[in-house]
Design a protein around this ligand. Structure first.
Ligand code: ZN
Length: 101
């Protein structure tokens, strides 16, 4: 089934938007672990070692599920390739967004 080019682009836009949200969520969940050596999360926010580890795992799971199951090309339903600035699907070559944007 061939989708209209504009439909492919708008669907890819929303996929990309979700990808950014998921990445932001992942980073937020990861930060306490990374920054713990500079900032006392346990004393100031009550986030103990295991709380931070569970946060990181939750972030990883959401990130993995999203990229494994939901990050797809609207046309061929395969992984379109990574990167925020991708213009064409690496599987089927469909135009995902305008190259000029
Ligand atoms: Zn494709």
């Amino acid at each position: 089934m061939e989708l209209d080019r504009e439909v492919v682009k708008s669907k890819y836009q929303s996929t990309l938007f979700r990808a950014k949200l998921v990445s932001a969520f992942f980073i937020v969940m990861l930060l306490p672990n990374v920054l713990n050596r500079f900032f006392d999360f346990e004393g100031k926010l009550g986030l103990g070692d295991w709380d931070r580890i569970w946060m990181m795992l939750a972030g990883l799971v959401v990130f993995g599920v999203f990229y494994g199951l939901l990050y797809k090309c609207p046309q061929c339903r395969k992984f379109p390739g990574g990167g925020w600035n991708r213009c064409h699907c690496k599987s089927c070559g469909v135009e995902l967004r305008d190259a000029s944007e």
